[in-house]
Design a protein around this ligand. Structure first.
Ligand SMILES: [Zn+2]
Ligand SMILES: [Zn+2]
Length: 201
């Protein structure tokens, strides 16, 4: 087990570095990089190249994070990285849409990036046309799972023709019969009339 003094020192130095990145460069995410992954303990190996935030680093350092058989902990460094949040990316994409709209576009065609690690939300939008309002509502909430947290949302928009936008704005009239609203109403009416009927007997 690493010496307790070593653990305390590593924790202090690492957190000082983490805070320095936060204050000077506004970077709050880090890759935990082992200097020598081959000789590192299992605990540290598990953590190698993981993307972690400030709290995860602090939590790790607060626990017995290294199971090295020497007095020293497995050598590592933290590499600060800019990670884009869904809020950052929404703002950026809304600005893109606003720009296209300012140029006179009525809608966009959503082009999902051809990268590994996308989820259904993005894949389902690929190639679809949205009016500007629809596009804005697509950007609500946790709208995109970034394949690469440093690149953010890699989806791009191209201008859709007015005819294409018209088509999505006026969906084909549904031929389905009206949902059984009236049936339900009639049922209620029936039950309302039954006691009345009894009242007349
Ligand atoms: Zn270790
Ligand atoms: Zn996206």
């Amino acid at each position: 087990m690493p010496n307790i003094d070593v653990l305390t020192r590593v924790k202090k130095e690492t957190m000082a570095e983490v805070h320095r990145y936060g204050e000077e460069q506004e970077l709050h995410h880090f890759y935990w990089r082992l200097k020598d992954p081959d000789t590192a303990c299992v605990e540290c190996k598990r953590r190698n190249n993981r993307l972690v935030n400030v709290y995860e680093i602090k939590y790790t350092l607060d626990t017995e994070f290294c199971k090295a058989t020497t007095e020293e902990v497995c050598a590592f460094e933290i590499e600060a990285t800019k990670v884009l949040t869904v809020v950052d990316e929404r703002e950026r994409q809304l600005a893109v849409i606003g720009g296209l709209e300012g140029d006179g576009a009525k809608g966009i065609r959503w082009q999902t990036a051809d990268v590994e690690g996308l989820d259904d939300r993005c894949i389902k939008r690929d190639g679809r046309v949205f009016s500007m309002d629809q596009a804005r509502s697509q950007l609500a909430g946790d709208f995109c799972k970034f394949a690469d947290p440093e690149k953010g949302c890699e989806c791009t928009f191209t201008v859709a023709s007015n005819e294409e936008v018209e088509r999505v704005a006026t969906p084909a009239v549904s031929l389905e019969p009206e949902k059984k609203k009236s049936g339900c109403g009639a049922g209620l009416l029936f039950f309302a009339l039954v006691p009345l009927g009894f009242a007349f007997l």
